[in-house]
Write a protein that binds this ligand. Structure first.
Ligand SMILES: Cc1ncc(COP(=O)(O)O)c(C=O)c1O
Length: 438
């Protein structure tokens, strides 16, 4: 056993176990069989599983493997590799792997100074996690209406800014991007921080810049349902060392991120109450691989969406979603607004008849925590009512969303576009003069 490993064990097990000449030996904390049971869930070949079992059996693990960043025993832990990959891919100086996007948001908000008596401006459409995290930090979430891009409307931000506002938290929603030039202009004018919530748009760009690196802090969810992800995880990108330190203190209050773990504060404000949102080694082992695939995944989605859009006809009764950067968005959804919900229902039925996966909330749908006026955990704490953000209320009910798949072939794209055109033609009139879809 290496000296470093021995020191770590002593540190972990405490003084009793550090006493030598004791013959007791317990079962490993995590045994080979438990570890292999996890591995088999990932659909690996028998050959690979055999190799893993061999490696695991040969590893000197003492009490069993520690599936933890700081105790992996590796030269570069999986979490460190994940963070390095994130820094390289996004071109960001600082990255922190976390256990969830919500944990990442909590760290980001605290890093930029959200706390009791402050306010954070969140978009009316996104996900409740953004407002939840602002609230967890002690701040009051204030919802800003959206525009026809279904992202935070920059024209409505300034009216919401008070002397308590500390941050703007635009969400890049459903593969799309927020109007970052306008948002950054307002933030700089009022000396506000910007936390970009990129949970739904990992890999998107705004005017060539990676989303998550434009504001002060960017966060990502890398849970199973996101563009990048395996199980549950998150990522924080920070622009400065100070922001990285503050986010680290919140998400990793064990202090292991510090050069000297238990040392007194090196400067005023360095240390404060924290949590544990650390990413696990198992999660990181998967996520580092997933993250490396991200640029190719995004390219495939963009190619598919462009191939479909170029064949779509324009119709008088529907308006395509405004895209703040059509070339930079990830493009895993195609969205448009029918003029009425009744027409939307007609279009939806025609799409479904043609086996096109599409959805619209309409008037009768259930509550949904992606829109502020259904976020009951927020509504019971803050004076939020449906009607505060009328554009969001309207568009959230009326938008038709068609989900796209990165693996569609050119022939699939043509067939899908043809079917969408057919479906739209059954309920709408062709507008030959309108601009092409973008
Ligand atoms: C916009 C947005 N922010 C944050 C989150 C929270 O991420 P997590 O589920 O990893 O906590 C989500 C998750 O769906 C999300 O969509």
């Amino acid at each position: 056993m290496s000296k470093q490993r021995k020191d770590q064990e002593i540190a972990l097990q405490g003084s009793m176990r550090a006493v030598t000449q004791i013959s007791a030996k317990g079962e490993p904390k995590i045994g080979v069989d438990e570890f292999m049971a996890l591995c088999t869930r990932f659909g690996l070949s028998k050959k690979t599983l055999d190799r893993i079992r061999k490696a695991v059996n040969e590893e000197d693990w003492g009490e069993g493997p520690f599936l933890a960043n700081y105790y992996s025993g590796l030269k570069e832990s999986c979490v460190q590799a994940f963070q390095r990959t994130a820094r390289e891919l996004f071109g960001s100086p600082y990255a922190i792997g976390t256990s969830s996007g919500t944990g990442a948001l909590h760290g980001a908000f605290v890093a930029v100074g959200a706390g009791p008596g402050t306010e954070v401006i969140c978009p009316a459409i996104g996900f409740i996690a953004t407002a939840n995290a602002a609230s967890l930090a002690g701040a009051t979430p204030v919802f800003c209406d959206v525009d026809e891009s279904m992202h935070m409307d920059p024209n409505k931000i300034e009216a919401l800014i008070t002397k308590r506002t500390v941050a703007l938290a635009p969400t890049h929603a459903m593969g799309g991007v927020s109007d970052m030039d306008a948002i950054m202009r307002i933030a700089r004018k009022h000396k506000l921080a910007v936390v970009e919530d990129c949970a739904q748009s990992c890999g998107a760009r705004y005017k060539g810049r990676m989303c998550g690196t434009i504001g002060d802090v960017g966060i990502f969810s890398i849970s199973a349902y996101k563009i990048v992800g395996a199980g549950e995880g998150g990522l924080i990108l920070a622009k400065t060392k100070r922001l990285w330190e503050r986010a680290s203190q919140l998400v990793e209050a064990g202090g292991l991120w510090r050069p000297v773990r238990f040392a007194p504060p090196r400067y005023r404000g360095e240390l404060f109450t924290g949590t544990n949102y650390r990413m696990s080694e198992l999660e990181a082992a998967m996520d580092v691989v997933q993250l490396k695939k991200m640029p190719r995944t995004v390219k495939r989605f963009q190619k598919v969406k462009a191939a479909i859009l170029k064949r779509l006809q324009r119709f008088t009764e529907i308006t395509p979603q405004v895209l703040n950067d059509p070339d930079g968005e990830v493009g895993y959804t195609l969205r448009f607004y029918p003029d009425t919900i009744a027409r939307g229902e007609c279009i939806l039925a025609a799409l479904h008849d043609r086996k096109i996966q599409a959805g619209m909330r309409g008037k009768k749908a259930d509550d949904d925590w992606h829109c502020y006026s259904f976020m009951h955990p927020m509504m019971v704490q803050y004076p939020i009512r449906r009607g505060d953000c009328p554009v969001a209320d309207d568009l959230f009910d009326r938008v038709i969303t068609i989900s796209l798949n990165q693996w569609y072939t050119p022939a699939d794209c043509k067939a899908i576009a043809d079917r969408i055109n057919e479906a739209l033609a059954t309920c709408c009139t062709i507008d030959p003069k309108a601009k092409a879809w973008r």
